[in-house]
Design a protein around this ligand. Sequence first.
Ligand SMILES: C[S@@+](CC[C@H](N)C(=O)[O-])C[C@H]1O[C@@H](n2cnc3c(N)ncnc32)[C@H](O)[C@@H]1O
Length: 236
Amino acid sequence: LVLTVQRGVTSSLRSVGLQVWKAAMLLTDFVLHKSFTSSEFDGVTAMEIGAGTGLVGLAHARVARRIFITDRGTDILDNCLANVRLNSSMLKFDEAKVLVRELDWKLSWPPPVGTRDASDPSSIYLWSASEIKEAEQATLLFAADVIYSDDLTDLFFDTVRQLMSSGAKKVMYLTLEKRYNFSLDELGVVANGYKHFRSFFTVLDGMWRPGQCYTETRPRGGADRPCDGSSVHQGI
Ligand SMILES: C[S@@+](CC[C@H](N)C(=O)[O-])C[C@H]1O[C@@H](n2cnc3c(N)ncnc32)[C@H](O)[C@@H]1O
């Protein structure tokens, strides 16, 4: 199987989504493995969040009922759409089942409903009311390398929480790179972004084993906000 993506080799912080990050390679590998060895993802509606080049969503497109590939900013979304077009004939999926849509974590879910406007090319990334309904029925969420800034991590989890409490029960597969940096404050090498990320989770008793690649954890909710059965699998 060959997946082709148009991507940058370097990028500025504003356009990090033009690059393919290692976490996306790991999640793509996982999605392809699942789709070739089981029928678990067949006919499933899914959403990729912070998709960048859309690689993970494209891997799912082969077997999906519908995949929403989401990110923010016209440059990133245009690149995603170009990648959908590059792969549809090769992967033999119907382009209509892949929707590239703007989902900015700074805005709350549901996103604003928009209408196509011929004088505004970026209006093709706006949601219709029926697409929002359909996205809420998604049972799978994918996110790769969206954990790198504490402020964005907060916004990302706000979005995930809103999505998970709308419509169908969802499972999220999240992969990330644990980045170590030298900290002047702590006079040592630390993974600050990772620490903040972990603060969102409580590891379920007995689920975690040292060295295990995939752990099942649940978003922090507290007793007043019991988990509705949705869960998160993270690959580190
Ligand atoms: C490090 S890139 C990862 C891209 C891709 N998932 C990968 O792993 O190759 C982080 C992604 O998060 C997106 N992102 C950052 N802030 C966002 C926001 N407020 N709303 C939606 N997406 C955002 C970026 O545009 C970018 O595509």
